[in-house]
Each structure stands twice: as structure tokens, then as C-alpha cells.
Ligand binder design. Structure first.
Ligand code: SF4
Ligand code: SF4
Length: 115
């Protein structure tokens, strides 16, 4: 990525649309991750999700917004695997889910070439 502004800072939609669920061992102290426990909701004996995203179309508790910086993940270094795996570009092409979500709120689509 160049020094262009990260397009996620004006968007934040994936953090307000999907149910962000993951294996409970990704919660801090449980083994393989460090997602803060207080930011999660138990789904079942094996799975948890980010608080706020339980039913979809809800804002993740970790998403922050300011006029100066736009949208940011307040637990970026500790975010769960679905967040790490959701990429702006896949095989050099814009992620179609990103563009669908961006289009829904009237944002420019991602450029065709990786930024
Ligand atoms: S939907 Fe795509 S462009 Fe928007 S914040 Fe998520 S990853 Fe970034
Ligand atoms: S943990 Fe961070 S990246 Fe993942 S949905 Fe929440 S705000 Fe978005």
C-alpha cells in the first residue's frame, strides 16, 4: 500500500454488517487469540462473536469513529480471524463484498488495481 488514505477509514461497513463469529479459543486467555472477552458474546459452546454483531447489520463494539480519523478498529492487533481474513483485494481484484457494501452507502468503488 502507498501513502494513499486507507479506503476503510471512510467505510467501516464490514464491521457493521456481518455477524463476526469465530472459535472461542480466539478470546484472550483461551488459547490461540487475544480478543478481549468483554467485547464478545457467546454463540454456543464452541463459538463467540463480536458484541453488537450478533444478528447482523449491527455495529461491532470495537469499531470507533472520529471526524479526524474516520473508522478504526480499536482492537486492531487483537481482532479475530474473520476480520484478518476479510481483505480489500482478493487475487489482485477488489473484494466484491467491499464494493457492494460501499455502493450501499454511496462511496466510490475500490480502484481495480491494488492500492
Ligand atoms: S467493507 Fe471493505 S472497504 Fe469497507 S471497511 Fe470493510 S474491508 Fe474496508
Ligand atoms: S473487531 Fe475490529 S475489524 Fe473486527 S468487526 Fe470489530 S471493529 Fe471491525
Amino acid at each position: 500500500m502507498t501513502d494513499q488514505i486507507n479506503p476503510c477509514f471512510e467505510c467501516g461497513q464490514c464491521c457493521q454488517y456481518f455477524r463476526v463469529s469465530f472459535y472461542h479459543a480466539e478470546i484472550e486467555g483461551n488459547g490461540i487469540g487475544k480478543v478481549p472477552l468483554s467485547y464478545t458474546t457467546k454463540v454456543n459452546d464452541h463459538m463467540a462473536c463480536m458484541k453488537g454483531t450478533e444478528f447482523g447489520k449491527g455495529k461491532c463494539v470495537a469499531l470507533s469513529y472520529s471526524n479526524e480519523e474516520g473508522y478504526r478498529c480499536s482492537i486492531y492487533e487483537s481482532r479475530p480471524s474473520p476480520c484478518r481474513e476479510f481483505e480489500l483485494y482478493e487475487n489482485g481484484k477488489p473484494n466484491p463484498k467491499c464494493n457492494e457494501l460501499r455502493k450501499n452507502i454511496g462511496l466510490k468503488l475500490l480502484p481495480e488495481t491494488t492500492i
